[in-house]
Design a binder for this molecule. Sequence first.
Ligand code: SAM
Length: 481
Amino acid sequence: MEQLPVFYNVKGRKVVVTGGGTVAARRTEISLRSGAHVTVFAESLSDEFLEFRGRADLTHVTRAPVLDDLTDAVIAFGASEDEAIDGALYKLTRKAGVPANIADVPEQCDFIMASIVDRSPLVIAVSSSGTAPILSRMIRARLETMLPASYGRLAEFAGQFRELVAHKLSSGLARRKFWERTIYGPTADLVLAGDETRAEQQLRSELHAMVREEEGRPIGQVFLVGAGPGDPDLLTFRALRLMQLADVVVHDRLIGEGVLNLVRRDAERVYVGKRPRDHTLPQEEISQLLVRLAKEGKRVLRLKGGDPFIFGRGGEEIETLAAEGVPFQVVPGITAASGCSSYAGIPLTHRDHAQSCVFVTAHGRDGVIDLDWTSLLRPRQTVAIYMGLGSLDTVTGEFIARGADRDLPAAIVDNGTRANQQVITGTLGTIAELAASAQVKGPALVIIGTVVSLRDQLQWFEGETSNPNLAERSISTELLI
Ligand SMILES: C[S@@+](CC[C@H](N)C(=O)[O-])C[C@H]1O[C@@H](n2cnc3c(N)ncnc32)[C@H](O)[C@@H]1O
């Protein structure tokens, strides 16, 4: 590290600023927000100081600072943007032993100003140690969008219960677990939604559960989380929060490394992946595994591709949990049809093409495809077919046999939303053969309907070759771990 990251207490203490322009106004503002008494040395103050006019904690001095002005100061900002004025201040700070920050002169900075995300009392500072301020600003902007403005309220809420929690839970480990549950779980959601009364009830019941856990009578829980189709950036905030909280993650084949890397590093990983006709663990055993892990007191993350309730058998898993009295919550994810259509530039509905869209699976019980073909053939309707790659020939044949136009546009989105996404377009009559000759491996989604013809005009995502976001993604991934 190039610098020591500290949050410095300037409450009620003197901060000196030179200059009356934009930079000085920003330094003054942040110092006042931190509770400092600010003395600004400038011939005149610009309009940007108007908002501070009349404040008792702001003094305006129209002469240049002298050594005496610095003796009781804790820090000084040279912000006049005038080399002579700020340089003179810097010299005074050397004599007075006051840490200085001279704007745009790195060698005259004892400390630098970080890019901050202010959710007071929660404050996040980002610094590139002066090497790449634009990068710091970009990361700060990402954090701004990630952190709801009400996180400050959440920090205050948590503060009100610190003593109670310390009194009820004797071990540091139990307290850490409790606060993780509070911050990542429904209590925080209620605070963020502005319902502090219910948040308090939730907090108290979780505290009770934690006390039981400390006494050796634990209650675990299961988070059934949709991880989306593959691109980690498509995870929801809640999915990410729970991924950071889990003790153990139970995941399947559709979860890529990019997403798994965001799970808490020390969480145990259990792979229960399934391939068509190659079931690593039967569904019933997966459900029982979740029950057993939760009953051991663990926070179990059941991570599923796409949305857990869309061809994901999530319903069956939570039926077992409910029957066994295991607490659970369900987090929706972006389903493959949504993700693939967006990243392929094929809108599932469109005023000129389709007013309805149906999601079907071509993976029937015992291998028999039992679809209501006639209803799927409705005009102005898009059909998104999950698990249709292996039986594409049969499916398109069934459509054509029932009178569908062989020239109806069709597409296959293979590994949708991922860096290796490939999209093949054709027609009902040609798509099966095109998929076979391209040796598509899947996971793949089939889209049938005239909306497919819009792709030529609307495609934008080109995977790893020319997607500028992919480089950024590794930054955001690091950031979130
Ligand atoms: C068992 S289903 C799970 C669906 C998942 N629950 C969802 O909501 O997307 C698996 C099928 O989803 C589709 N699928 C999932 N991820 C995909 C992706 N990244 N690209 C294309 N198709 C995908 C494929 O049709 C795959 O065979």
